[in-house]
Every structure is written in C-alpha cells, then in structure tokens.
Design a protein. Sequence first.
Length: 231
Amino acid sequence: MGYLDGVEDLCKLLIVEDDTDLREGLAFSLRSEGYDTQAVGTMYAAWQAVIKAYPDLVVLDCNLPDGSGFLLCERIKKEKDLPILMLTARDTEMDEVQALELGMDDFMTKPFSLAVLKARIKRLLQKAAPKLRLVSGGITIDKGQCRVYKNEEEIFCSRIEYQILLYLLENAGRVLSREQILSHVWDSQGKFVEENAVPVNIRRLRLKLEDDPKRPQRIKTVHGIGYVWKE
C-alpha cells in the first residue's frame, strides 16, 4: 500500500570510477538492487551529473584521469549536501585522514567486498533520509520511499507521474519544456513515447494534487514552452 506501482529506482546513485570493468560491474550490481544508477569515468562527467541529475549518493574513486577524487569531493561538498563514499586503491592513513577532513562520509579500500559496499551505501542513505524529502506547496515527496503526500495524506502515483513530479519539484520555479521532461523521464531509458505523453501525465498529476485541477496553482502551464512548479 502506498508504494509506486512496480517502482524499482528508490534512490539515485552516481558511480565515479575510471576502471571500465569495475564501473560497469558496480552499476549493474547496484541497479539489480533497485537503485537508479548512473556511472561515469571522469571528474568532468561526474560534476555534470551532480549538477544535472541530482544524485542522492556518490561512490567516488580517488584517482581519476582528469583530476583527483579529493578535489571533486571538496567541490561537491561546497555546493551540495549529499553523502559521498570514496573507493581507493591507496590504503595509507594519510589518504583516509584527508578524505574525512574533506567531509567524506565513508571510505573503502580496494579490493573490497561488494556486500559490504552495498551495506554501507544503504546505511548512508538511511542516515541521509531526512534530507531526501522535498516539500513545496503542501506536497511532500519522500525520495527514500518514493511516496507522495498532499497535506500529510498519501497520494498514489504511477512511476512516470512520480518521475515527472520529482523533476518539477527539483526544479521548482524553473520552466521545463516538454522536450526536457521527455528527455529526463523517457529518453534516458531509450523507450519510445507518444508525443502527448507529457500533457497526459501532467493532467493526471493535476487531478491528484491540485485543489481545483481546472485552475492549477502548483503545476502551471507556460504556453508555448512547457510547465513550471510554483512554490
């Protein structure tokens, strides 16, 4: 009761690892656990993912081809309040001290146990759970449990409705075009989608979330452009 129909991607993970085999293996394993996982191999791609994809946790390699994982950690912590778990082949005490001083939330040396890594990721997400709540206009999204509430009453949403609503709230006050919503929700999955998919799901969300769906106050249409979530 209350969970999204068939939902699997409970939280967004970002894997930053330059070893292709390890990166793809970690991504596959974590996706099989139900996480919405993105994997990149450079510092530049990681930063772009942090500012565009809003991950809930970063698994970060210490050594990257275009920079240091320590520098990336410092940059992320200055801009975003999200947990970071560092993976490194270097097991010196100084590395661990530096990581912790930069605000790293956890630290594991290679080789490592996949089961232990998953347990530590789960623990970090549980610890960060209060931060995984978005609240705006009487609507609350619990990202940790993929639940939606209107004035404390739980609202059932389909997977697509949930993903659109989350995208709107994460960009509250910013106009999102249909193309941006299509790209974020559907194109990333490589699925064909009907042209009217966005307005159809927006209409369904309004029926569930608006006090007067014919005169929406939360999900506003910007004619000729797209939609915007009003605080």
